[in-house]
Design a protein around this ligand. Sequence first.
Ligand code: LMR
Length: 400
Amino acid sequence: MDSVTAAGRPLFDRLDEQKPDALLQLIALCDADPRADKIDVGVGVYRDAAGGTPILRAVKEAERRLWQRQETKAYLGSQGDPRFTALIREIVFGERLAADDRIVGLQTPGGCGALRLGADLVEKANPHARIHVGQPTWPNHAPLIECAGIEMVPYPYYDSEKRAILFDRMADALEGAAAGDLVLLHGCCHNPTGADLSPDQWREVADIVARRGLIPYVDIAYQGLGNGLEADAAGTRLVVEAASQALIAQSCDKNFGVYRERVGNLFVKAASKATADKAFANLMQLARTMWSMPPDHGAAICRIVLDTPELRADWHVELEEMCARIRVLRARLAAYDPRLAYIDGQNGMFSILPLTPEQVLALREEKGIYMAASGRFNVVGLSDDNVDRFAAAVVEKMDG
Ligand code: LMR
C-alpha cells in the first residue's frame, strides 16, 4: 500500500516535533548518572530511609490475597470497581458528604485519567468553558486540560522569591471570574510548591465559589501525606459542599504507593440527582472511547486493603509513617539555614526552591542533584545521609 498521502507528504511526517516530558525525562537522566552520591529529588515518589520505594505491607498482603482468591478476570465495565470507588468516596468526602446523591464517581487510570476525563466532560457540556489555573501548577495540568480544548486562565498563586501564597491576588482573580467558570484547586500538598491554603483561606475560597457560581475542579492526589487523611481533605470538603457543581480528581498512586498501577477516581457533583445521573452516563460513554475500562489490579488491591480491617489499620500506620518521615526531612532542611525555614511550614512531597533553571542545571552537573527546572524538589527523595549535603549545595547556589 502507498504510504504517501494524497497531499504528497507521508502521514507521520506531518507531525510536530515533541520534547520529552521534562519530569519523566529526569528519571532516565538520573538513572544514567553513574555517580554513587547522586541525589534524586525529581519525580514524586516516596522513598524510605534507605532510598527505596518499597511496596507497602498492606498492599503486598492484599495483592497476595487477590492472587489467591480472584476467580475471574472477566470485564467489570467502564465504571471500574464500584466498591473501590465507594470506599474512596468516604475517604475523600467523609461520611456525611459522601451520602450526597448529587455526587457520582467512577474509577479512572490514575489522577491523570480522572483529570482528562473530567476536562472532556466539561468540554462536552460547554465547549466555551474556561478554567482558572493557579500559577505555578503541576506541569501536566495544562496539557491535560488543553487537550480537551478548554481555555485556561492563569491566576496568581505563589511567589517563590517571597516563599508565600499570593492569597489576596488569588481571591481578587476569583472574584473577577464569570459565573460558570471552573477553578482548578489542589486539595492538599500543593504540587509544585507544598504551600497549601490555610483553613481560613479555604473558607474564603468556598465563599467566593458559592457567591460567584464558580465550579471547583479539585485535584487531590496526595491525601494523607500532608497532615493526615482527614485534615488533608478538609478544604476539598468545604468547597465541594459550598458549590452546587464540582469535579474532584483523586489518585491512590501516592497514598497507597501503587504508582505504576494507575489507580484513581473522578467524582462529579451536579445540581440535582437527575443531572448527576446524566453526568455519570456521559462519563461512562467518554471513558468507553478513551480506555473502555480502567485497569483493575491496583483498584482491587486498594479495595481489599480498605475492606479488611487489619489491612486498613496497617495502611493507616504506614501512611502515618510516610507522613512523619516527610515532616522530619522538612524540619531538617528548615533547621539547616534560615532561608530554608519556610519548607517546614509546607506540606507533602514537594517544595520549590528560589533557584533559576541555570542554577538547577549547575546543581545537576556539579553535584548530581536531580530536580525539576522550576526548582521543585521531592523532599522525601532525600535520605538522612544526604539531606545536609543537599541543603549545603542549595544554599551555596542561593548565595550565587
Ligand atoms: C510528579 O509530579 O512528580 C508526579 O505527579 C509524577 C508525574 O506524573 O508527574
